[in-house]
Design a protein. Structure first.
Length: 385
């Protein structure tokens, strides 16, 4: 099927950003996304209005997955924005003729705010500046965004018995350098980069953030993107667009579907599922990000016990009430538990469910009470040029 794109400008920040609004023409738009650190995820929405004349044709989607019929009671629009090393997308269902562009720009601006707080690549981000200020004699003040990210990180760290650890930033940066050089780190390099690791060095209070370590390198990559997705969705809902979905490179959060629709249909590695209520989903695996040295494949996900990338990474998909929590849980569950059965899987919250595909298999292990309904979809064929 053919579809078109309409370029619009986002003036929500001081720097011009190009947003891409994709509208399905004459049918239903569906596609898949390949993202760093996540498996392929697809979303199917509803029918959209015709784009204006003069629009341009975008590249063909990677892997269309299906279609859903729905009454033309609302319009379905999609907006794109690059941030946090990936491409964010907002899908919004609006009454016919009503534009959500202003709210979408506000949501993208909110994502940019969080990137300035949590980025490990920007030396001037709040978290990088905070790390350079250690050790602390007294608590350091921080933004509410950083406080909330660190607080949830601490909760998931404790719940996962240390398998989700944001203090591994030294190892993360070391592996980036080694990846470029096509080699793995030496034991000496790993030991040097491990200085300051351990959540026990960090203390959070109403007064601020306190760290006793002489060095600190925080890596919020396993939670910040999910947090940004949640916050962008909140902006859309607060501004009157509850029937919205935000996708941050495979980390997805969605509000309640429109009554005239058949719900959100999302493709994960474990299947295609329909959701008739709000929620979030995140997938962790090494399908897109890994290094292979001397015939051995190392995942971008580091084992906090060894400092090495996982060599037999599992594909983990977590469904939860918030994307930040699903994001962090998916990372934690990628690390094999030293206790069987896995306590983290045995203590899932009532709203959590987990699908695991062991490395090298097609077997799907399911845990928790799953809220989605598996559906069969027909392939979407692209019309000839």
């Amino acid at each position: 099927m053919a579809y078109t794109a309409l370029h619009i400008q986002n003036s929500a920040s001081s720097q011009e950003r190009s947003l891409l609004l994709r509208l399905a023409q004459g049918g239903i738009l569906s596609f898949c996304l390949c993202c760093a650190g996540c498996s392929v995820i697809g979303i199917v929405g509803m029918k959209s209005s015709q784009p204006s004349s003069g629009s341009v044709r975008p590249p063909v989607a990677d892997s269309p997955i299906g279609k859903v019929s729905a009454p033309i009671a609302v319009e379905r629009s999609e907006y794109w924005h690059p941030a946090m090393g990936t491409r964010f997308k907002i899908v919004v269902l609006t009454p016919v003729g009503k534009s959500a562009e202003d709210s979408v720009e506000s949501a993208f601006a909110r994502i940019d705010e969080i990137e300035k707080v949590a980025s490990d690549w920007d030396r001037n981000s709040e978290v990088r500046v905070l790390c350079r200020s250690v050790p602390h004699i007294e608590p350091m003040k921080m933004s509410d965004d950083l406080r909330r990210i660190l607080s949830l990180s601490q909760i998931i760290y404790e719940r996962s018995s240390g398998r989700f650890d944001i203090t591994l930033g030294g190892w993360t940066r070391l592996w980036r350098r080694c990846h470029k050089a096509g080699r793995i780190p030496s034991p000496e390099e790993l030991a040097k980069a491990s200085v300051g690791q351990g959540m026990h060095h960090l203390q959070l209070s109403d007064q601020g953030f306190y760290c006793t370590a002489s060095q600190l390198a925080l890596d919020l990559g396993g939670i910040a993107k999910g947090f940004a997705v949640d916050e962008a969705l909140k902006v859309m809902i607060d501004q009157g667009y509850p029937h919205s979905l935000v996708d941050g490179g495979g980390d997805i959060a969605f509000g309640p579907p429109a009554q005239s629709s058949k719900g959100w249909i999302i493709e994960s590695p474990s299947g295609v599922f329909q959701f008739d209520q709000s929620g979030a989903v995140a997938t962790s695996g090494d399908s897109a990000r890994y290094i292979e040295v001397d015939g051995v494949r190392y995942s971008h996900i580091l084992d906090p016990r060894t400092g090495f990338g996982l060599q037999s990474s599992r594909t983990i998909t977590v469904y939860s009430r918030s994307c930040a929590e699903a994001d962090a849980m998916a990372t934690a569950l990628s690390i094999p538990s030293q206790v069987v059965p896995d306590p983290l899987l045995q203590q899932l919250q009532a709203y959590d469910s987990v699908h695991i595909i062991p490395h090298g298999t097609n077997v799907i292990e399911r845990f928790g009470e799953f809220k989605g309904v598996e559906v069969q979809v027909e392939p979407v064929l692209e019309a000839p040029n």
